[in-house]
Design a protein around this ligand. Structure first.
Ligand code: NAD
Ligand code: UDX
Length: 477
């Protein structure tokens, strides 16, 4: 039986390995992690991450051909193929801090592989890494190889959180990069055969190593760039009376552009976009490509501008101060259908409002109170080139102005304003008349996701701001 070891049981490693186990019953897949609590959760009824459909996949395979373990050494030693899906955050200290990828976890995994391997192995980069990381990994592995041969492949993951299982079962494409040597091509074919269990051959693209590594960074940069582009248009819409959803719709019908990633929002979040663009900026600068670096930097600056603009809009609409006012925050996750809050725009918006002394009542259907409190009280690392005013330090006494509640009606009771920060479906069908009746007047709604019916809310009596839509007469300068 072929044995696969997946190192890293996070948002990528867990679902990816579970789907491989589901589709390849003759392969034994073990996911290992240094975090005991994460592995215990994968072995329990309460999986460590929320993803629609994940529980069913895990239940079908767990303890048949899918295992979760903390014994990294044992399973690395036994494996024929190793997928490495460890975290690769932005470096917070030292050379390249705030931009470069921190490869500490990757290097740790590579050292264990080098030390434990007694037989030849295919080692696969599933994590998103800087271009040419495979070269560094090869050096670590071959330096300690004990005569064992390793083939390094790049097989970046393109899943989105909230639709991970759907994306894994039916991806647009799978990308496999490797050395163009007979051994490299054989390794590529071996991994291709795994995906061929459920995907047609024409969806599996093979390239050289560096193209696969760079294509992943490019992919995220292009997607984020589209969001920053439509967000830039949203500011222009508000200034001119154009309506951003109409502009998006018109763009989406251009077959050269396509319909996706054109939703204006309070800003993109998630663990990938900002980190991967900063990584691209750093690589460009390291190669002396200042103009290229500046081009991509602007995508993040536009995202910061959008979050900042939203906070300023809330404050200026409410008579230039939210001090002592109660603001209901609906949604804290970085997008719907996930409990993940990494780099969620809600952190910046909440901190911005707390910086003006607002009282916040926060509700999210999936994010725990502990997580929200941790996110708001941690000083995020100051990232290079980022406007620090978006991230004021929150003191313990200001944290007392935050309440986390269990439903949207409780959150909005007696509030002066509501900010919609995540596009959860349940926010679309709330009883807004009931909410209005229980709020302070004038009652404001700031829709950072453009999910609400502005006309209906105005009929009820709300003063409404919706990103990129014509301004409420109340809000016009
Ligand atoms: P994550 O933090 O959820 O999971 C990483 C896991 O690796 C953690 O549980 C950590 O304990 C474990 N780990 C770290 N070092 C280890 C080691 N030496 N041995 C064993 N376990 C170790 O991260 P994630 O969101 O799953 O992302 C993983 C990688 O995939 C990143 O490079 C990310 O950029 C990339 N990626 C993420 C997504 C996404 O949507 N989250 C999508 C595509 C690609
Ligand atoms: C992203 C990439 O889409 C995926 O291919 C990659 O593998 C990992 O990073 P993810 O971050 O999970 O996936 O979610 P995504 O759907 O891309 O959304 C990212 C952020 O952009 C979210 O905050 C989302 O709300 C925001 N977004 C997305 C918009 O503001 N407008 C859009 O039109 C689309």
């Amino acid at each position: 039986m072929v044995k696969i070891c997946g190192i890293g049981a996070g948002y990528v490693g867990g679902p990816t390995m579970a789907v491989i186990a589901l589709k390849c019953p003759e392969i034994e897949v073990t996911v290992v992690d240094i975090s005991h609590s994460r592995i215990a959760a994968w072995n329990s009824d309460h999986l460590p991450i929320y993803e629609p459909g994940l529980e069913q996949v895990v239940q079908q395979c767990r303890n048949k051909n899918l295992f979760f373990s903390t014994d990294v050494e044992k399973h690395v030693a036994e494996a024929d193929i190793i997928f490495v899906s460890v975290n690769t955050p932005t470096k917070s200290r030292g050379l390249g801090a705030g931009k470069a990828a921190d490869l500490t976890y990757w290097e740790g995994a590579a050292r264990v592989i080098a030390e434990m391997s007694k037989s030849n192995k295919i080692v696969i980069e599933k994590s998103t890494v800087p271009v040419r990381t495979a070269e560094a990994i090869e050096r670590i592995l071959t330096h300690n190889s004990n005569g064992v041969s390793f083939q390094i492949l790049s097989n970046p993951e393109f899943l989105s959180e909230g639709t991970a299982i759907e994306d894994l079962l039916n991806p647009d494409r799978v990308l496999i990069g490797g050395r163009q040597t007979p051994e490299g091509l054989l390794a590529i074919q071996t991994v291709k055969d795994i995906y061929a269990h459920w995907l047609p051959e024409d969806r599996i693209i093979t390239t050289n190593l560096w193209s696969a590594e760079l294509a992943k960074l490019a992919d995220n940069a292009f997607l984020a760039q589209r969001i920053s582009s439509i967000n830039a248009m949203s500011a222009l819409c508000e200034a001119t009376g154009a309506e951003v959803s109409e502009v998006s719709h018109a763009l989406s019908k251009n077959s050269k552009l396509g319909p996706r990633f054109l939703n204006a929002s309070v800003g993109f979040g998630g663990s990938c976009f900002q980190k991967d663009i900063l990584n691209l900026v750093y690589i460009s600068e390291s190669n002396g490509l200042t103009e290229v670096a500046n081009y991509w930097k602007q995508v993040i600056q536009m995202n910061d501008y959008q979050k900042d603009r939203f906070v300023k809009r809330v404050i200026s609409s409410m008579f230039n101060t939210v001090s002592g006012k109660k603001i209901a925050i609906l949604g804290f996750a970085f997008k719907k259908d996930t409990s993940d809050t990494r780099k969620t725009p809600s952190i910046d918006v909440c901190k911005g409002l707390m910086g003006d002394d607002a009282y916040l009542t926060i509700y999210d259907p999936r994010v725990s109170e502990d997580q929200i409190r941790r996110d708001l009280s941690l000083n995020s690392t100051v990232e290079w080139d980022h406007p620090i005013h978006l991230q004021p330090t929150i003191s313990p006494s200001t944290m007392k102005q935050v309440r986390i509640v269990k439903d949207a009606y409780e959150a909005t009771k007696d509030a002066h304003g509501i900010c919609i920060l995540t596009e959860w479906d349940e926010f679309k069908s709330l009883d807004y008349q009931r909410i209005f009746d229980n709020m302070q007047k004038p009652a404001f709604v700031f829709d950072g996701r453009n999910i609400l019916n502005v006309g209906r809310l105005r009929e009820i009596g709300f003063i409404v701001y919706s990103i990129g839509k014509p301004l409420d007469p109340w809000l016009r300068p």
